[in-house]
Ligand binder design. Structure first.
Ligand code: SF4
Length: 694
C-alpha cells in the first residue's frame, strides 16, 4: 500500500490488468487518490493483490497521457489539437468517404479487452449498425480465440468452467502453457496454498517455471516438452487413459455423446498416439507421460489450468479440444475441484468476447448467420445486420495491404507492438486511408493514425469487467474523466455522425441493453452488482444467483462432444540457419505491451526484455549474461540482452514482450491457429549471435 495521507472517502473498483480481476478500494482525500487497498470482500481476490495492481494508479495520471483529440491529414503531417466535435466529424466524414468510394466493407475496427463490457458492446454495435458490416474483431484474436473455439465445440460455450475457489478442492492440478506466478499472481497464491496442503502438480511447459520448484511447492511431474508439441502430449496422456482402462465410463455414458466418444476412443488408442511413439516428437520420456496420465486419471479431482502456451500455436484450438476430451474422458468436469480453465491474460478478455467482438458472433456467442439472433438485435438497434461474418484482424491487415480495406477504428490496442511480424502490421497500417486510434497514450499504432481520440483510464470508467471465472465486477469512477467523456460516449457520437443515432444517458443503460438481448446476462444489472458485489454468468432465470461452476447437470450444448485431435507439426521448422526455437511469456511486474506498467513504479523492477539462453547454447555461441545478442528469424532481426540459465532447455530460448522497439514481435512469424488465426507466438525458429549493437 502506498499511503499519501489520511483518506476521507472510498470507491470500490476493479484492477484493469490481468484476468484475475481483483477488487480494490480506492481511498481518496477529496478528489486526490491517496491509496489503493485490495478489497477483502473481493470475490476474486479476498483482500489480496499483486505488485502490478497495487501500483496501477500511476499510469492514470501519467504526464504521457494525451487528453485532447487530434487530427492530421496524413501521417507525415504534424498533429493538430481539435475539439471533440471536430475530431468526430472529421473521422465520420472520412469513414463515409471511404465507404462511398470503396464499399461498405472497406472499413472496420478492433475492440479492446482492457475496456469495459459496456465500451466494447457499444463499439461492436457502432461497427455492425453504423459501419454496416461485421468487420469487428478483438485483441482476443491474438490470445484466447482458440479457447473460444475449442470449448464451444466440446462443451457448448466459450468460457472457463470453474470459479477460482474451485482450486481449493483439487487433488491434482495440471498447469499447461501458463506461468501463474508471473501472469496471474493472486490466483497463483490460491493454487500454491492448495499445493502446500497436499494436492499434486503436473506442469507441462518447455520452460522450468516457478511452480515447478518453489518454496514448499514441487511438481510431481514436469513434462518439459518441445515448443509446438502440446497436442502430441495431450494425445499421449489420453492414450494412456484409454488403453489402461482409466476412462470414467459412467460419466461418459451419462454425459457425453456415444458416437463422438467411440470415434475418439478408436483414434486415441492408435499406437501412434502412445507416449513411446511420441517421445521423439515431444522430447518427454514416455515413462513420465504414463505416470502423469495415471495420476491425472486416478488422483481424485483433477483440474486443468492453461494459458497462452496452449492457445498461441498453429494447433491452439486442437489443443483446447484435446484438454476438453481428457477432462470428459476422466469425468473431471461439472463439479468443484475439476474443469478446464483458461487463465485469461487481460482484465476483460472474457468480457470482450462475450460482448460480440468476433466477426462471426453477436453478443453471447451467437452466429450472425442465425436470422433469429439477428432479429433480436435488429429489433433493439433498428438496423439490419449483415448475415455474413466480417474480417478477422489478420484478414483486415492483408486486405489493407491489398488496397481493399482502408479505414480502421482501434479501441485501446497497440497492434504495431502486440501482433506478430510487426513489419507486416506496420505496412498494413501505413496503407490505410484513415486510422482512428482511441487510447491513453500515443502508442506505436498511433504513429500511423490520422485521428487520435483520447481514452479514459480504469479509474475514470463506469462499467463492468468480466474476469477469467466469468465474474462480472463493477468498475466505478474514482476520478472524473480527464478527457471530459466516457469512451462509450465517443463511439455513440461517431456512430451518430455517420448517420446512425446512438445514445445512452449512462453506462447502466448499456448493461440493461446487453441483459435484454443476451440470455446469459439476463439477470445482470448495475443495481444488482452494486448490491451483491459481483456475479458469474450465466445469470438469468435458470441461474438466478449466477453460475460458479458450469456444466453441472449437463453441458451447455447438451451432451459433451469429443473431437479427434491428430497432432500436426507446425510449418515453422528449425534448420541449420535457424536452429533454436524462441518462445515467449510474461514477467510479474509488467503487463502485456507495457504501455501501462512502464508508466508506473513497476518499471523499477524490470526495465527491458531479455532473452534466456541455455548454458550449452550460450557457450557454443560465445554468449554471456548481459551480452547483447542479435536474434534473427525468417521475418526479422532484433537485439536483446542475454541471460544464461538452465530454466530453458537446450535448443529453446525465451523472452518477454513488454517493451516496444526491440520486442519479440519483430521476429515472430505469421503462422497461426488453423481454426481462429490466433498467431503462433510460441514457436519461432531463430539464431542468436553476440553483437556490439544495443
Ligand atoms: Fe489482481 Fe491481476 Fe491486478 Fe495483480 S494484475 S492485482 S493479480 S487483477
Amino acid at each position: 500500500v502506498i499511503d499519501l495521507g489520511t483518506p476521507t472517502r472510498s470507491v470500490k473498483t476493479t484492477c484493469a490488468y490481468c484476468g484475475v480481476g481483483c477488487s480494490f478500494v480506492a481511498e481518496l482525500r477529496g478528489d486526490q487518490l491517496v491509496r489503493m487497498v485490495p478489497d477483502k470482500d473481493g470475490g476474486a481476490n479476498a483482500g489480496h493483490s499483486c505488485v502490478k495492481g497495487r501500483f496501477a494508479w500511476g499510469y492514470a495520471t501519467h504526464r504521457d497521457r494525451q487528453l485532447e483529440p487530434m487530427v492530421r491529414g496524413s501521417i507525415a503531417d504534424e498533429w493538430r489539437v481539435v475539439s471533440w466535435d471536430e475530431a468526430i466529424a472529421y473521422a465520420a466524414e472520412r469513414f463515409l468517404a471511404i465507404q462511398r468510394d470503396h464499399g461498405v466493407g472497406a472499413i472496420g475496427g478492433i475492440t479492446s479487452s482492457r475496456c469495459t463490457n459496456e465500451e466494447v458492446y457499444v463499439v461492436q454495435k457502432m461497427i455492425r449498425a453504423a459501419f454496416g458490416n461485421n468487420n469487428v474483431d478483438t485483441c482476443a484474436r491474438v490470445c484466447h480465440s482458440p479457447t473460444g473455439y475449442g470449448l464451444k465445440q466440446t462443451f457448448g460455450t466459450s468460457a472457463g468452467t470453474q470459479d477460482f475457489e474451485s482450486v481449493a478442492h483439487s487433488d491434482v492440478i495440471v498447469v499447461i502453457g501458463a506461468n501463474p506466478t508471473d501472469g496471474h499472481p493472486v490466483f497463483a497464491s490460491r493454487m500454491k496454498k492448495r499445493l502446500r496442503a497436499g494436492a499434486k502438480l503436473i506442469v507441462i511447459d518447455p520452460r522450468r517455471i516457478d511452480l515447478v520448484r518453489s518454496p514448499h511447492v514441487e511438481a510431481a511431474y514436469h513434462l518439459q516438452l518441445q515448443p509446438g508439441t502440446n497436442v502430441a502430449i495431450v494425445n499421449a496422456i489420453a492414450h494412456v487413459v484409454v488403453t489402461e482402462g482409466l476412462v470414467d465410463r459412467d460419466f461418459v455414458a451419462a454425459r457425453c455423446e456415444d458416437d463422438s466418444f467411440a470415434q475418439w476412443e478408436t483414434f486415441i488408442a492408435q499406437p501412434e498416439n502412445s507416449p513411446e511413439a511420441l517421445e521423439a516428437v515431444t522430447g518427454v520420456p514416455a515413462a513420465d507421460v504414463r505416470a502423469a496420465a495415471r495420476l491425472f486419471a486416478t488422483g481424485g479431482n483433477a483440474a486443468i489450468y492453461y494459458g497462452l502456451g496452449v492457445t498461441e500455436h498453429s494447433q491452439g484450438s486442437t489443443m483446447v479440444m484435446g484438454m476438453a476430451n481428457l477432462a470428459m474422458a476422466t469425468g473431471n468436469i461439472g463439479r468443484t475441484g475439476v474443469g478446464v480453465n483458461p487463465l485469461r491474460g487481460q482484465n476483460n478478455v472474457q468480457g470482450s468476447c462475450d460482448m460480440g467482438s468476433f466477426p462471426h458472433e453477436l453478443p453471447g456467442y451467437r452466429h450472425v448467420s442465425d436470422p433469429a439472433v439477428r432479429g433480436i438485435f435488429e429489433a433493439v438497434w433498428g438496423r439490419a445486420i449483415d448475415p455474413e461474418p466480417g474480417l478477422r484482424i489478420p484478414n483486415m491487415l492483408d486486405a489493407a495491404i491489398a488496397g481493399r480495406y482502408l479505414g480502421m477504428f482501434i479501441q485501446g490496442e497497440d497492434i504495431a507492438q502486440s501482433d506478430p511480424n510487426v513489419q507486416h502490421v506496420k505496412a498494413a497500417l501505413g496503407s490505410l486511408e484513415l486510422l482512428v486510434v482511441q487510447d491513453l497514450f500515443l502508442n506505436e499504432t498511433a504513429k500511423f493514425a490520422h485521428v487520435f481520440l483520447p481514452g479514459t483510464s480504469f479509474l475514470e470508467k463506469d462499467g463492468t469487467f468480466t474476469n477469467a471465472e466469468r465474474r462480472i465486477n463493477r468498475v466505478r469512477p474514482v476520478m472524473a474523466s480527464a478527457t471530459g467523456k466516457q469512451e462509450w460516449e465517443v463511439a455513440c457520437e461517431l456512430a451518430t455522425a455517420m448517420g446512425y443515432p446512438m445514445s445512452y444517458v449512462q453506462s447502466a443503460e448499456i448493461m440493461d441493453e446487453i441483459a435484454a438481448t443476451t440470455p446469459t446476462f439476463a439477470g445482470v444489472s448495475f443495481d444488482r452488482l452494486d448490491a451483491e458485489g459481483s456475479v458469474q454468468w450465466p445469470c438469468n432465470d435458470a441461474a438466478p444467483h449466477g453460475t460458479p461452476i458450469m456444466h453441472v447437470d449437463g453441458f451447455v450444448r447438451g451432451k459433451g462432444h469429443f473431437v479427434e485431435t491428430p497432432y500436426v507439426p507446425t510449418d515453422e521448422r528449425t534448420n541449420r540457419k535457424f536452429p533454436l526455437i524462441l518462445t515467449t511469456g510474461r514477467i510479474l511486474s509488467q503487463y502485456n505491451v507495457g504501455a501501462q506498467t512502464r508508466r508506473t513504479e513497476n518499471v523499477r523492477w524490470h526495465s527491458e526484455d531479455v532473452v534466456e539462453v541455455h548454458p550449452h547454447d550460450a557457450e557454443t555461441r560465445g554468449i554471456a549474461t548481459g551480452q547483447a545478442v542479435t536474434i534473427t528469424s525468417r521475418v526479422g532481426e532484433t537485439v536483446l540482452r542475454a541471460r544464461v540459465t538452465d530454466r530453458v532447455p537446450q535448443g529453446v530460448v525465451y523472452t518477454t514482450f513488454h517493451f516496444p522497439g526491440s520486442g519479440a514481435n519483430v521476429v515472430t512469424t505469421e503462422y497461426s491457429d488453423w481454426a481462429t488465426n490466433c498467431p503462433e507466438y510460441k514457436v519461432t525458429a531463430v539464431e542468436l549471435a553476440p553483437t556490439s549493437r544495443t
